[in-house]
Design a binder for this molecule. Structure first.
Ligand code: GLP
Length: 257
């Protein structure tokens, strides 16, 4: 695992965007795994700037998002479809037909999950999977316990997650959907590279648990430690409770500004 601790959130998101852009320029037809949440907003802002000002080309990119709320349609403003359209897809030259998210309003959710897995496979697999981390230690919506061989499926959301994600739902956790469609931990581990990004003090405890605690289904983010090509980018605050030993293995970078 390559651990990089940046001085602040801005330099951390910039580095994550640079890593994605490097992969995109190195491949003819890159396949990106994308993530949502507040953490990723800065990454997508930076990628939009790179597209506008430096000509970063998305025309041959295929993307697969990690997850979507069950029951929400693509045009629902609270959906991850809407998040991706408004923060990234509407501002770059990606073909919308190649930008995939699971359909939360599919009539048969299990069939939708199976089809999503198949589509990832027929696209040749994911080159780089971007990951955030939730308060329960989830990646995607893989709530504890999530077996490391789990595949794309419909899951029940943990109460903690519904509280964490209440912002888009009028601040009321009861309005957050009870279920979501998510790539499984096994699906995520098949990506050729993983890039986990965490920002802020509120992530410090769960980041330490994921990187230093037991590796197992109770903290699905701990699975990334089993991946041979994994980069973790933290800002100083999210790294603040890591042990001296872990920190000594990290690469510290100065602000790029
Ligand atoms: C949601 C997403 C996760 C994401 C998490 C973190 O639960 N399903 O993929 O990692 O939010 O969100 P935030 O970045 O807002 O803290």
């Amino acid at each position: 695992m390559r651990l990089i601790i940046m001085p602040d959130p801005h330099s951390a998101t910039r580095l994550a965007a640079n890593e994605i852009a490097s992969l995109m320029t190195a491949r003819n037809s890159p396949v990106l795994g994308l993530a949502t949440g507040r953490t990723m907003e800065g990454v997508y802002r930076d990628l939009c700037v790179m597209h506008r000002e430096e000509g970063l080309d998305f025309s041959t990119t295929t993307s697969f998002n990690l997850d979507e709320y069950a029951g929400l349609s693509a045009d629902d403003r609270r959906s991850y479809h809407h998040y991706m359209n408004s923060l990234l897809f509407n501002h770059v030259n990606i073909r919308l037909s190649a930008a995939h998210l699971p359909a939360g309003d599919a009539s048969d959710l299990d069939a939708e999950c199976t089809a999503y897995e198949k589509l990832i496979e027929t696209s040749g697999g994911i080159d780089l999977q971007l990951l955030g981390i939730g308060d329960t230690g989830h990646i995607g919506f893989n709530e504890p316990p999530s077996p490391f061989d789990s595949r794309t499926r419909c899951v029940a959301l943990n109460r903690k997650t519904r509280i964490q994600n209440g912002g888009m739902f009028g601040g009321n956790p009861d309005n957050v959907p009870t279920h979501a469609l998510t790539m499984g931990v096994g699906t995520i581990l098949e990506a050729r590279h993983l890039l986990l990004l965490a920002l802020g003090k509120s992530k410090a405890a769960i980041v330490a648990k994921a990187l230093e605690g037991a590796v197992g289904p109770e903290v699905s983010a701990s699975a990334i430690r089993l991946h041979p090509q994994c980069t973790v980018i933290l800002d100083a605050e999210s790294a603040s409770t890591l042990s001296v030993e872990t920190r000594s293995q990290a690469l510290y970078q100065e602000s790029q500004d």
